[in-house]
Ligand binder design. Structure first.
Ligand code: PLP
Length: 404
């Protein structure tokens, strides 16, 4: 978040002192609350600018957690919510349906090659939990009860719920829960900037791919391979080399392992294509979307499955093959209505083409940024950019030491 106007630390101001007196009852995410006495209180926003209660403007530089597509208060999106709110605000998806959710599912299937059905949830972590449950239950449904393990790439991130922590295991964040997490098979990932000694970048890519094949060939209990699509985002912007994801998808087919892709952060244009797996030529069995799905206006995520997965859940009621998962706000009509409008805007504005052009602007700054003493590496694809800060450029020591 970039502060615009007055200084961020307003410890001397009357406003700040008043805020300290004002008791807050909110517990903030990923925050050591003792360090924070007050936060800027956002009262409104327009375009990419947030306004706080003190009249300051702040640039929404993180796009409200990588989800805001069009800026705030976009009339078309606001109208879509308002219009829908006058008709139907919420109705459950348990044995019922609603028009915006139906329309959105049709559109999502249309833009997602190989996908057949859409299961809704209201955040990315849940969408990934659903993906894991679909993948594991698929094998049970078809009678392959031994296939129960999940393999994944090291350094991935899939959310903060228990399954997501187990698969996208970040030791610094989730170490406290390690004993409660189910085991996963973790495969190294090629980070061009941090290739182990003795390997070239290309050699290390082959090492990682060979490692996957070794695991797949020796362990027929592996049910699914889970990975972010195109790049690892929260794990430090590790952009996958060309062919890497395609090779993994080919191995999945060869060894009868389901491919589960997480496009929550990388789909919908973030990396310069609407659906990243089409660019990577790696059609998954299951894929999850979130974040930019509603343009960043309301909370919604979606897990899509192919026909093979979906069909395995069909049967008589007493077969108990159905998917035992559902949230109160699954398929919320307001979220679906704004997502439908969002998709319309993508087409109307030819947004993906625009992103591809705009993303070139970043390249013009590479030289300038890389000259800064603490900049070790710049990684960029589409509208995703990571700048790795180091204490020592030559030794590549990280500036912020990890709390292991
Ligand atoms: C790749 C990826 N998957 C899953 C999630 C979890 O999404 P949410 O924060 O909506 O639960 C995130 C969030 O940043 C993410 O980047």
């Amino acid at each position: 978040m970039i502060f615009h106007g007055k200084t961020q630390n307003q410890t001397g101001s009357k406003h700040y002192r008043d805020r300290l007196k004002k008791k807050s009852f909110v517990w903030h995410p990923n925050t050591q609350m003792r360090e924070w006495n007050s936060f800027n209180e956002i009262i409104k926003a327009k375009g990419m600018w947030l306004t706080d209660s003190n009249g300051n403007s702040l640039l929404d530089g993180v796009a409200s957690m990588w989800c805001n597509v069009w800026g705030h208060s976009k009339p078309e999106l606001v109208n879509a919510i308002t219009k829908q709110s006058k008709k139907l605000q919420h109705s459950p998806m348990f044995n019922l349906t609603n028009e915006p959710a139906e329309k959105l599912a049709e559109s999502l299937v249309k833009i997602s090659p190989g996908m057949h059905r859409v299961f809704y949830s209201d955040n990315g972590s849940s969408a990934m939990e659903i993906a894991f449950k679909m993948a594991l239950q698929y094998w049970s449904n078809i009678g392959e009860k031994k296939k129960t393990k999940i393999a994944t790439l090291e350094n991935g991130y899939h959310g903060d719920t228990f399954g997501a922590m187990a698969v996208g295991y970040v030791p610094e964040f989730f170490g406290k829960f390690k004993k409660q997490l189910f085991p996963t098979i973790q495969i190294p990932v090629p980070n061009k900037y941090r290739i182990p000694n003795g390997y070239s970048y290309l050699d290390y890519q082959s090492f990682c791919i060979d490692n996957i094949e070794k695991q797949f060939s020796k362990d027929d209990k592996i049910a699914a391979f889970v990975m972010e699509s195109g790049a690892q985002v929260a794990g430090g912007v590790i952009i996958f080399p060309k062919e890497f994801q395609r090779k993994i998808s080919k191995l999945c087919k060869k060894y009868n392992v389901l491919l589960v892709l997480d496009e929550i952060a990388t789909g919908f244009g973030r990396l310069g294509s609407m659906i990243q797996y089409t660019e990577q030529k790696s059609i998954p069995d299951i894929v999850a979307y979130g974040k930019m799905l509603t343009g960043g206006y309301l909370t919604m995520a979606a897990t899509l499955a192919n026909k093979k997965i979906y069909d395995s859940f069909l049967g008589e009621f007493n077969d108990w093959k159905h998917l035992f998962h559902g949230h109160t706000f699954t398929g919320n009509p307001l979220s679906a209505a704004v997502a439908n409008e969002n998709l319309k805007l993508y087409q109307k504005n030819n947004l993906i083409k625009k992103i591809q052009n705009t993303s070139k602007v970043f390249e013009e700054y590479y030289d300038k940024i890389s000259k800064i003493e603490i900049v070790g590496d710049i990684r960029h694809k589409g509208m995703l950019m990571g700048i790795e800060l180091v204490k020592d450029k030559k030794a590549r020591h990280q500036l912020i030491l990890k709390n292991q």
